[in-house]
Design a protein around this ligand. Sequence first.
Ligand SMILES: NC(=O)c1ccc[n+]([C@@H]2O[C@H](COP(=O)([O-])OP(=O)(O)OC[C@H]3O[C@@H](n4cnc5c(N)ncnc54)[C@H](OP(=O)(O)O)[C@@H]3O)[C@@H](O)[C@H]2O)c1
Length: 307
Amino acid sequence: MTTNDSTSPASAPAQPPVPVALLGLGLMGQALAVALLEAGHPTTVWNRSQAKADALVAQGAVSAPTAGDAVRSSSVVIVCVSTYDVVNEVLDPLAADMGGRTLINLTSGTPDEARRSAAWAAEHGAEYLDGAIMGVPQMIGLPDTPLLHGGSRKTFEAQEGLLRVFGGANTYLGDDPGLPLLYDMALLTLLYATQQGLTHAQAMVGTANVSATEFQPLAAGIFHSVLAGLFDTESARVVDESDYATEVSNVSTNQLAVGHIIRTSRELGLPTDWLEPVQAGLDRAVREGHAADHPARVIEYIRPNAS
Ligand SMILES: NC(=O)c1ccc[n+]([C@@H]2O[C@H](COP(=O)([O-])OP(=O)(O)OC[C@H]3O[C@@H](n4cnc5c(N)ncnc54)[C@H](OP(=O)(O)O)[C@@H]3O)[C@@H](O)[C@H]2O)c1
C-alpha cells in the first residue's frame, strides 16, 4: 500500500538554509548543486573529477577535497552518482562518519539496491531517503518537476522543504525505500515500450516514403485518445479486481490486430521479435478460453509465480 502526497511549492513551509553535502557532480549533480546554491543552502560539493566543482565554487559552493570531508561538513548528505555500486564504493569507507546524518540518495538503480542502501544507512545510524528524479537536469528547480521519495515519513517531512528546491512535485510513496525506483522502473518501462512502438511505426510509414514529421501530428492526436482509454480508472479496476469481463475490445480482437501488425511488418521487412511475446500472451489467452475477456488478462501470465 502506498500513500501519495503531492505537495505544491506554494503549500509547504519555506525551508531555512541547511548545510548540505552533495556527492556527485555529473550532469544531474551539477543541476542539483545549482538549485541548492540558488536556494541559499550552504553547499559543500565533492566529485571524483574535482575540476567539475570549479564553476560551482564561483557560485558559492565549497569544494571538498575528499568525499569524507564533504560528508563531515553537513548534517544532510545527498548522493547522485552513476550507479549504486559507485554509491557503495564512495560511502562504504565513510560508514563511521554517517551517524546522526540524513542520507538522501538520488542515484538510479534497482529497488533492492535502494533497500540495501537504506539498511546500510540504518546500520550506521543515519536517516535515509531514496529518491527518483523523473526528469532531465534542465528540469531541476521547476515547479512541475516530479520527484518520487521513499523511506521514513518523518525523515521525508523533515527534508521536504529542502527537496522542493529540486522540483515542485514531490511525492512521498511510503516507508519502503525501494518504492521510488520501483515506480521509476515501471514508468521507464512505459516510456521505452512507447518509444519502441513509435520507432517501429515511423519505420513502417517510412516504407511508403511518409516522413516522421508528416506522420507525427496524426499519430499524436490518435494516440492521445487511445492513451486516455488505457489509463482510465476502469482499466486499472479490471486489473486490480482480476475482473476481465468487457464489452469493448477483447482478447480476440487484439490477437487479430497484433497478428496484422506482425504480418505487415514481415511484408515490409521490419523486425517482429519484440512483438512476438505480445502475440504469444494473447494466443495463450485465446487457447485457454478467454477470447472474450479484456486484453489486460495477460497480466496473469506476467506476474511473478504465474503458471
Ligand atoms: N541525467 C539525467 O537525465 C538523469 C535523470 C534522472 C536520473 N538520473 C540519475 O542521476 C544519476 C547521475 O546521473 P548523471 O546524469 O549526473 O550522470 P553522469 O553525468 O554520467 O555523472 C556520473 C557521476 O558519477 C560519478 N562517478 C562515476 N563513477 C564513479 C566512481 N567509480 N567513483 C566516483 N564517482 C563516480 C561521476 O564522477 P566523474 O565526474 O568523476 O566521472 C559523476 O559525478 C544517475 O543514477 C542517473 O541515472 C539522471
